[in-house]
Design a protein around this ligand. Structure first.
Ligand SMILES: N[C@@H]1[C@@H](O)[C@H](O)[C@@H](COP(=O)(O)O)O[C@@H]1O
Length: 241
């Protein structure tokens, strides 16, 4: 693990965008794994700037998002589909058919999960996966559990996650209780991983990720077993390391 401690959110966003941009420059047809949440928004803004400056081009890039809320349609402004259009895809030249996000309204969720996993495999696997982290150490929506869930699956969200994510909704009752998420194996198969975290409320999760035991109780801890991971954290998130 390469832990990079930066001064603030802006520096974290720039560093992360540089890594993603380098990946695209080295391989135009890169397969990117993308994350949502508030953490990567600054990184997406930086990537849009680099695109506008013609430093990077998304023409041949493909993306797979980590997760999607179960039951939210694509036009719901809290869906991750909506988030990705709003924060990145609408501002760059990526082809819509090259962007992939699990369909939270699929009739057969089991089939949707299998197909999503297949699509990633067919595309050749993820070259670079961007991750945020939950305060409980979740990555994607892989919640603390007694075992690591391997492939794309339907998840029951933890109370802590529902509470944390309620800040984006009008009320806590509107937060979906389930989501579709790539599994731990899906994430670990990525060739390179960049995890971003900022703020004091992520300090315990970052400590567990970098220095804790490898345990499904703190899903991000499994990243210790990956051989190409960057953890980019601001001083507050790094405060317990
Ligand atoms: N499924 C997402 C995660 O992918 C994200 O990393 C996490 C942290 O969110 P934030 O960046 O807003 O703290 O929240 C959600 O639960």
């Amino acid at each position: 693990m390469k832990v990079i401690v930066v001064n603030n959110y802006e520096e974290m966003s720039i560093k992360a965008a540089q890594i993603v941009a380098s990946q695209i420059i080295l391989k135009e047809e890169s397969i990117l794994g993308l994350a949502t949440g508030s953490t990567p928004i600054g990184m997406y803004k930086e990537l849009i700037k680099l695109y506008e400056q013609k430093i990077i081009d998304f023409e041949k890039t493909k993306t797979f998002n980590l997760d999607e809320y179960f039951g939210l349609s694509r036009d719901n402004d809290q869906s991750y589909y909506y988030y990705m259009r709003n924060n990145l895809f609408n501002h760059i030249n990526i082809k819509t058919e090259n962007t992939n996000i699990p369909d939270g309204t699929a009739k057969d969720i089991h089939e949707e999960c299998i197909n999503y996993e297949e699509k990633i495999k067919k595309a050749g696997g993820i070259d670079l996966q961007v991750l945020g982290i939950g305060t409980n150490g979740h990555i994607g929506f892989n919640e603390p559990d007694i075992k690591f869930e391997s492939t794309t699956h339907l998840v029951n969200l933890d109370e802590e996650t529902i509470k944390a994510n309620s800040r984006f909704f009008d009320s806590i009752d509107e937060v979906p209780k389930q989501a579709i998420s790539m599994g731990i194996k899906t994430i670990m198969h990525s060739k390179k991983i960049v995890l971003l975290a900022n703020g004091k409320n992520k300090a315990d999760a970052i400590y567990g990720t970098v220095k804790g035991n490898i345990t499904p109780e703190l899903p991000a801890s499994i990243l210790q077993l990956h051989n190409d991971v960057y953890i980019i954290v601001d001083k507050e998130a790094a405060s317990k390391l």
